[in-house]
Design a protein around this ligand. Structure first.
Ligand code: TTP
Ligand code: CA
Ligand code: CA
Length: 640
């Protein structure tokens, strides 16, 4: 017997040889388990409550589901439920106009803090007393928390769960890891190793080739394009994602009686467009092959981050607001908006977005604010509002668990607007003892006193107090993060909260807030947290004081080459994005840069509105802008 002959060809044949293969690889599949942003099988959802404040009031008041109801803030309506939308009511109309169009409507005023009271309540006469009442959004924040908890309960625990709170009534969910584990359970062929352990091998074709999309609104190819093919793994991932979101939405309804809408797609930007596509109480799946078709019908100003000045600039530069038309513009021409902006826009128009779902869902800061019309003119008047702010912030701190020493803020900041100028002063909260309402009030008073001593404090048109830098104390998680100014959170989160869930009153509430969202979009998007710190000398000093010393620099931290600041490794992406966004901003504005760090006052216009929550990946360049789904296989669902 001769010994076996070894040749250069492999001893066993590829078990998948000759069989139909997926266009996706084992690597793409594996990457799902690590939430990679580059796998084409990535599956993201956006869930948004329908007419949120209005639903909160419907549930609280126990009104029938078909009862028209709106939530009123002073004279204006800030949330309109779906039964009243049938009467043509929109967010911009007044309560009086609404009653003309829909006499049966219930207009419920938001809860308020009345001057001198130490708790908020629903006051029947609130709308007449704007001067002495201040809005409380606590009822909605509480419901928001319950909803978030319910959503998390309906998902498997981390690491298979990744949820980002994206606003008071919305979340992003990265379902990739959960879907990965479901795929391995349901499709044994995927659990086998790839031939020759080669991860670049294509996956086998799915063994079950029909998908029941159930009641989902599916953004699909045109009927004539859906010829003779079966779904590939991307479709299966989306359909499992749709199942998960159906379950999540049912959980919210069963537990709390709120309806919400969902979008399921390959990334955040598309998922968000999807959740708004078919409201209320429906979910929309955007098939990867249908992305371009889906986007073509949109005005690009409806896309996240293109609603503001950047969108206007693009319309002015290219004479269209249609995705379809802008897609015909070569990237080189888009780059007249700036190199990076051009590439980013080119990708966005094609539905390419690799921003991560960020699993932080805890409050990092909170803000209580009041605009004064007419302005206030004395220290005593200011102090009366600080009393309310302190009570408001303290009660929210209690909900965060400060009394059980679970979580604790590090700073109290007072913002003060006089004329066009906003001044901010910050105090560090003494660590160690328990926080009390009195302590917050005393710190706030001393900050106001400092502003008065600095001069030019009156007339004051807006005051706000924020508590920031919340840390988990129980988990011993007080570590290095507390010392760092990262590209992410600290001063900004409070501003995120202010646009989403603070009790700040911009009058008229809706129009103005809308205006901020739209007109200030680009500033909001590009402003960096550290610019918030530039707004005052004090605040900056406080920030500086938290910088790590040599000995504080532990593993997991690096010094950014661009700005020489210590950055947590885990925040690296976010921080890089900030530099990227900042460069974009500079390219776009060609205006003088924001006030230098040492400047004591900043113009109100320069105030940071919201942190950039979107990541733009500079590497997502030209070469990676694969023509989305053009010329790809045509599929048919159902009986295919
Ligand atoms: P949205 O999610 O924008 O709107 P909505 O939930 O009322 O309606 P939809 O079904 O279209 O999602 O905002 C969530 C809540 O935030 C909203 O119920 C009230 C509040 N809000 C304001 O107070 N002012 C505003 O300008 C906006 C846009 C929202
Ligand atoms: Ca909503
Ligand atoms: Ca929303």
């Amino acid at each position: 017997m001769s010994s076996p002959q070894y040749t250069s060809s492999p001893p066993a044949s590829n078990p998948l040889e000759g069989r139909r293969r997926s266009k996706f690889t084992f690597k793409h599949l594996n990457q799902l388990s690590t939430y990679s942003t580059t796998t084409p099988l990535r599956t993201i959802a956006h869930v948004d409550l329908d007419a949120f404040y209005a639903q909160c009031e419907m549930v609280r008041l126990g009104v029938a589901r078909d009862q028209p109801l709106a939530v009123q803030q002073w004279g204006a309506l800030i949330a309109i439920n779906y039964p009243s939308r049938k009467f043509g009511l929109t967010r911009h109309i007044t309560a009086a106009e609404a009653k003309k169009l829909c006499p049966n409507i219930v207009c419920q005023h938001v809860a308020t803090w009345r001057e001198g009271d130490d708790t908020w309540a629903y006051h029947d006469d609130a709308f007449k007393n704007m001067g002495t009442h201040k809005v409380s959004l606590d009822p909605y924040r509480r419901e928001s928390k319950k909803i978030l908890a319910t959503i998390k309960e309906s998902l498997p625990p981390p690491p298979l769960q990744r949820v980002e709170k994206a606003g008071i009534d919305e979340v992003f969910i990265d379902m990739s890891a959960q879907i990965h584990s479901i795929l391995l359970e349901r499709y044994p062929e995927l659990a086998r190793l790839p031939p020759y352990d080669d991860l670049t091998e294509n996956l086998p074709w799915p063994s079950q080739s029909t998908i029941n999309w159930e009641a989902d609104a599916l953004v699909d190819l045109e009927a004539e394009e859906l010829e003779s093919d079966d779904p590939d793994w991307d479709d299966i991932c989306l359909s499992i994602g749709a199942e998960i979101i159906r379950h999540v939405r049912k959980g919210v309804w069963d537990a709390l009686h709120y309806t919400c809408s969902g979008g399921v797609a390959r990334n955040k930007m598309l998922a968000k467009l999807g959740s708004g596509f078919n409201k209320p109480n429906k979910q929309t799946v955007i098939r990867t092959r249908a992305i371009q078709k889906f986007l073509n019908d949109f005005k690009f100003t409806k896309i996240r981050n293109l609603g503001g000045k950047l969108g206007d600039e693009i319309v002015a530069a290219f004479g269209t607001d249609l995705v379809k038309e802008l897609c015909d513009v070569p990237v080189e021409q888009l780059q007249k908006l700036g190199d990076d902006t051009g590439v980013w826009l080119y990708n966005t128009l094609r539905g390419i977005d690799s921003s991560e779902v960020n699993s932080r869902t805890q409050v990092k800061s909170m803000l209580s604010a009041k605009s004064f019309r007419p302005s206030i003119n004395t220290f005593e008047q200011g102090v009366r509002w600080l009393r309310i702010f302190a009570a408001d912030i303290f009660s929210r701190c209690v909900e965060e668990g400060v009394l059980e020493n679970k979580r604790k803020p590090k700073t109290i900041t007072l913002h003060h607007r006089q004329g066009g100028t906003t001044k901010s002063k910050q105090a560090l909260i003494p660590q160690g003892g328990l926080i009390s309402e009195e302590l917050i009030f005393d710190l706030a008073k001393s900050l106001l006193a400092q502003i008065v001593v600095d001069g030019r404090a009156w007339p004051c048109s807006n005051l706000s107090l924020s508590a920031g830098g919340f840390e988990d104390t129980i988990t011993g998680n007080m570590g290095i993060k507390g010392f760092l100014v990262t590209g992410g959170q600290r001063p900004t989160k409070e501003v995120v909260d202010s646009s989403e869930a603070s009790d700040s009153e911009e009058e008229p509430p809706t129009a103005k807030r809308q205006k901020i969202d739209v007109d200030d979009g680009i500033r909001r998007f590009f402003a960096h947290p550290s610019e918030a710190a530039t707004s005052t000398h004090n605040e900056n000093q406080a920030t500086q004081a938290r910088f790590p010393t040599e000995t504080d620099v532990l593993d997991g931290i690096y010094i950014c080459k661009k700005c020489s600041k210590p950055i947590l490794q885990s925040d690296a992406g976010e921080h890089e994005d900030w530099h990227f966004a900042k460069n974009l901003e500079n390219e776009l504005r060609q205006e003088p840069r924001p006030a230098p760090v040492h400047q004591v006052e900043s113009h109100a216009k320069e105030k940071v509105k919201e942190k950039t929550k979107t990541k733009r990946t500079a590497g997502q360049g030209h070469q990676s802008t694969e023509k989305v789904e053009k010329g790809q296989q045509r599929l048919r669902f159902g009986n295919g």
